[in-house]
Design a protein around this ligand. Structure first.
Ligand code: ATP
Length: 815
């Protein structure tokens, strides 16, 4: 059998998403017409109870009466159906209804009043990570429910043990009542504001890892829970006082309605970026805003848009065919949802009729989005799906041409990476004149632009800033060529003014002021062990671990779960619904650990993330800034720790020094290079943790290898089916064995891992369980054990004698 180079991956993707009715190609006799898959009403495949999620298999959808047709000459694939327009419309209607029912059901699960109300079946289906799929017979893996719960309990146990209290068995539920009461309190408003107006779609190029386009999203669930981020903040702080004094906002000349909403959110004063950009935007200027991560950039552009909405409300109210006021473009689905929720939350607090905010990002049928867009005042989306929706006809293009605000959030990312193409297309069509209305160039040298363009990020290319300051130099190094791209897009953005207002709120630092940075040095193969050790030194801290690949997320998550740490995965190949669930759970569960790719690096605003760990080094300086910016947000403090091999240390130091130097505007002579601290971790304790870590790693590797083996076979079979040939796995393996090359050793290890029997796995699990129940002899002095928790702040600041992570309060064990 011949295998086209890229087929397996493509076929694998297709297999995950679709289950087509197999139509023997040559015998097609029914008249068929070409259709787009997104325009059809997909049905969720009902899964057997025992079959668990596996990163996207849950949420598998099917469609009937669709044939895949491959053009014999071009090789292009298209899709055909014999369904009538009416049948398709009816299918879509039914699909929509199903999605709404599902949204309602999930909402009930999320906000259920009864402690036992959570849909256990679904929890298990969605979240379990580990299962032997080879023979379809599951072994008793560590469910997310179990492990997360265990992790929380472990953390609670540790804390209680440290406080001398008896451990409680249901600690996680303790906060639950309070949470639920809050949920109830905010639910009604959210239902009115967020839920009905927060559609999600697909098609965004939301990361370098290329997310799948056809994933189902539960809107209400995210809209509601993200809203709670802010609602909870207000509730948490002080329930006695409903509002705070907002006189510090007065000089921005905001409306009484917005001031009232800010007071209820307890935002007593504007952040620097807010006070410097809001008046400029309200005055009608184009603005490029730069400010460190977590400094409130969303409201810096959000408040002026809401002010404009309030001012224009009387003319647009209830107009069925109104045009959106603002289009906000963000690089990832999560960020787009978050912006939607953030603005919705502000409006929900205000005593005014809220704008309709539509989130166009992933999962729902295009038809539904079009309907949402008909009544939208503010549209927030990712470039891929936005482009698909806007360019699909239906008069949306003309409406979008009339928007008053175009916001490009995380602009450097949107303008310089994979989203470039689709964003460019959107901008091109937004700016394109209708030929019938084109005015001869000489008659109007300066075209009339009603639209204000607002560009925000925590990082910008140095070249861009130089350009804006009129100091750009030519050159062909990386930076300059990037700058050329940026210049190109700046032109495309068509600012109204020759030079938009550039506001840098933190010229002296790109990093949050309360962020502490450090690195841990260890040999490459020991990374997993050091990661575990580090997490044990930081018990009950909400941590976020960044990796550079989806496969690393898939491996590290069960590795940590096996060790009874409450780890949750997040990457762009997950079904959208599972992504949203992960974020929700991460937010809800104190002490939980998110293992993510850089899809989580930008913009995510999850309260109380105390620790960011770079398991893999960030590929670029700006990625380091954004990853680290998931902690120490707003007024909070946090730590960012890189785990790196000795040979990587010099490079890391340079990278971090560059990040700090880039921001430093001091004259060169006065500059001192930033030197990131090495944190010495107590290796005696690490060594004692090693047996557990080794077994857990073995178990995780086995599951991944089995899963990989299984899906490789499936995708090969699917590819073979697509090509109309037979697939024989043994024959293929024989052929592959003949071609020895890179990765053969790894393959061998994977093979060994995937051949581990269930009995062997079970034995390892028992062994691990026994090890986890044993106390660890720390061998360090009681001074460390009794000091009541490591003072990370002091450690990172280099204060005191604790130059190493030797305090093992998290282990709480024998001296
Ligand atoms: N004036 C304010 N006072 C107090 N908190 C605020 C204020 N404005 C915004 N916040 C809060 O600060 C947090 C960070 O805001 P936001 O997400 O807008 O940051 P950002 O600058 O966009 O960060 P990033 O660069 O990481 O995307 C949010 O939780 C938000 O609710």
């Amino acid at each position: 059998m011949k295998r086209p180079h890229n087929t397996p991956k493509a076929a694998q993707k297709a297999h995950k998403r679709q289950k087509f009715e197999k139509t023997p190609r040559p015998e097609i006799v029914i008249p068929k017409r070409k259709i787009r898959l997104n325009d059809l009403g997909w049905k969720q495949v009902s899964m057997p109870d025992r079959l668990e999620d596996f990163e996207g298999f849950y949420g598998l959808e099917e469609i009937e009466d669709v044939a895949i047709v491959k053009d014999a000459t071009t090789g292009n694939i298209s899709f055909e159906t014999s369904k009538t327009e009416e049948q398709i419309a009816q299918d879509v209607e039914e699909a929509w209804q199903r999605e709404e029912d599902e949204a309602k059901r999930l909402e009930e699960i999320t906000f259920g009043e009864e402690a036992g109300e959570e849909g256990e079946g679904e929890e298990t289906m969605e979240e379990n990570e580990v299962q032997d799929r080879d023979d379809g017979d599951s072994w008793e893996g560590f469910s997310d429910e179990d492990t997360a719960q265990n992790g929380v309990q472990l953390a609670e146990h540790i804390e209680e043990a440290a406080n001398g209290a008896a451990p409680s068995s249901n600690g996680a539920a303790k906060n639950g009542d309070k949470e639920k009461a809050k949920d109830k309190k905010t639910k009604e408003k959210t239902a009115q504001n967020a839920q009905q107006d927060v559609p999600t779609t697909n098609g965004d190029n939301d990361s370098e890892e290329e997310a799948s386009d056809e994933e189902v999203v539960n809107l209400g669930s995210l809209g509601t829970s993200a809203f709670d981020i802010l609602a909870d903040r207000a509730d948490d702080e002080d329930d006695e006082d409903d509002e705070v004094d907002v006189s510090a906002w007065e000089e921005l000349k905001l409306s009484a309605e917005v001031l009232d909403a800010l007071a209820k959110l307890k935002f007593a004063r504007p952040t620097t970026i807010q006070s410097s950009t809001i008046p400029e935007i309200i005055a009608g200027r184009d603005v490029i805003g730069k400010a460190s991560t977590g400094s409130g950039k969303t409201l810096a552009f959000g408040i002026p848009i809401i002010e404009a909405f309030l001012a224009s409300k009387s003319t647009t109210k209830d107009a069925k065919d109104k045009t959106p006021l603002a289009l906000i473009i963000a690089p990832t689905r999560e960020l787009a949802h978050q912006i939607t929720a953030h603005l919705t939350a502000l409006c929900a607090k205000g005593d005014f009729e809220a704008p309709n905010i539509a989130s166009v990002t992933g999962g729902l049928a295009v038809q539904k989005q079009r309907r949402q867009l008909e009544k939208a005042d503010i549209v927030v989306g990712t470039p891929g799906r936005l482009w698909e929706v806007i360019s699909s006809g239906q008069g949306l293009l003309e409406k979008f041409k009339q928007i008053r605000f175009l916001v490009v959030d995380e602009a450097d990312r949107l303008l310089s990476q994979g989203n470039y193409k689709e964003l460019g297309e959107i901008l091109k069509i937004l700016d394109k004149d209708d030929p019938a209305e084109t005015v001869p160039a000489e008659a109007d040298a300066t075209p009339e632009f009603e639209r204000q363009t607002l560009v925000f990020s925590a990082t910008f290319q140095k070249g861009l800033q130089q350009k804006l300051a009129g100091k750009a130099k030519g050159g062909s190094d990386n930076l300059m060529s990037k700058q050329q791209s940026m210049e190109y897009l700046l032109k495309k953005l068509k600012f109204r003014e020759e030079k938009p207002k550039f506001i840098d709120a933190n010229p002296s630092s790109q990093m949050a002021s309360r962020l502490k940075e450090g690195l841990i040095e260890c040999a490459g193969p020991e990374k997993d062990l050091f990661l575990y050790s580090l997490l044990m030194f930081y018990p009950k801290k909400r941590a976020l671990i960044f990796t550079n690949s989806i496969s690393a997320v898939r491996r590290i998550t069960p590795y940590l779960q096996n060790l009874q740490l409450p780890a949750l995965p997040l990457h762009s190949s997950m079904a959208q619904k599972a992504r949203m669930r992960t974020i929700e759970r991460y937010k809800e569960r104190p002490g939980s650990i998110l293992v993510a790719t850089d899809v989580a690096a930008r913009g995510l605003d999850i309260p109380k993330v105390e620790l960011v760990i770079h398991y893999h080094l960030p590929r670029a300086a700006d990625t380091y800034v954004h990853r680290s910016g998931r902690t120490a947000r707003a007024e909070a403090s946090g730590s960012s720790i890189l785990i790196c091999a000795p040979e990587e240390v010099a490079g890391v130091r340079r990278l971090i020094a560059k990040v700090h130097a880039r921001a430093d505007e001091a004259p060169k002579s006065k500059k001192t290079a930033y030197f990131i601290r090495t944190l010495d971790i107590d290796r005696r304790i690490v060594a004692r943790l090693k047996p557990r870590a080794t077994i857990s790693k073995k178990l995780a590797d086995t599951v991944i290898a089995k899963e990989k083996n299984h899906s490789e076979n499936n995708s090969m079979r699917q590819a073979a089916e697509d090509l109309g040939v037979d697939y024989d796995s043994e024959e293929f393996e024989k052929e592959a064995r003949g071609k020895k090359g890179r990765g053969t050793g790894r393959k061998k290890k994977e093979k060994e891992a995937s051949n581990m029997t269930k009995g062997e796995q079970q034995a390892l699990r028992y062994e691990l369980k026994a090890l986890l129940s044993q106390r660890i002899n720390t061998g360090v002095s009681a001074r460390y054990l009794t000091s009541g928790g490591i003072d990370v702040e002091a450690l990172m600041a280099g204060e005191g004698n604790m130059q190493f992570l030797g305090n093992v309060d998290g282990l709480g064990f024998d001296d």
